[in-house]
Design a protein around this ligand. Sequence first.
Ligand SMILES: C[S@@+](CC[C@H](N)C(=O)[O-])C[C@H]1O[C@@H](n2cnc3c(N)ncnc32)[C@H](O)[C@@H]1O
Length: 223
Amino acid sequence: MMDASDGTASSEDISDSAYDLARMTDADPDTLAAYYDKWAQSYDTDLSKMGYDAPKRAAAIMVEHGVPFDAPILDAGCGTGLTGLALSQAGYRDITGIDLSLESLQAAEAKGVYRHLKKRDMNKVLAFGDNGFAAVQCIGTLTYVRETKQLFSEFCRVVKRGGIVCFTQRTDLYDDAFIKAIHATTKARKWEPIFHSDPVPYLPKHADFGDKRRIFFDVFRVK
Ligand SMILES: C[S@@+](CC[C@H](N)C(=O)[O-])C[C@H]1O[C@@H](n2cnc3c(N)ncnc32)[C@H](O)[C@@H]1O
């Protein structure tokens, strides 16, 4: 049941976890893992009620930028697998997902679209070899990553030359420090920017997001 008056999901319609989302921005990894573990069961339903379409947009970006359908893709911060599902529906078949939340990873596994799923903290070095992926996508997750510059370097290390890095970041968190981390990675000639979107809706039917907090999609080609 939706609030028909202004198109916003009313607090009775979404779970407490969904309602609390904006308050989690500065949480530490243990708190985030517990929060997303608790939310895993109702996450997909809540996200649908809140009008979430970033997974579909991200999958379309992979297709538009020529990532081959049989190429290995890393879904960094895969959560319950909505992003992997969208990739699979677009035609991708070799998807690896990583996330902090074990319960979310179990929900992702149940979707049957990932080749590998691993529990990983993206604030640490990614435990993958060099050049193993054709692309990485990180959707709805950079919100929580503190070591952004290190993570960007890691993305460029695990993606082969000519591959794609695609991420979203909330407009309110796309600050000087975040831009500096992007520029440092560009200056180090690890990637080149190829696309920066206009701000697009993130959770248009969540009262704390709506028009206040949108997201940018960024795409880089790894050098
Ligand atoms: C908003 S959800 C997005 C999930 C999925 N990409 C989607 O679009 O539905 C954010 C995810 O980031 C994960 N996460 C947060 N901090 C993380 C970290 N340091 N390392 C790995 N995953 C993290 C959470 O567990 C959660 O599943």
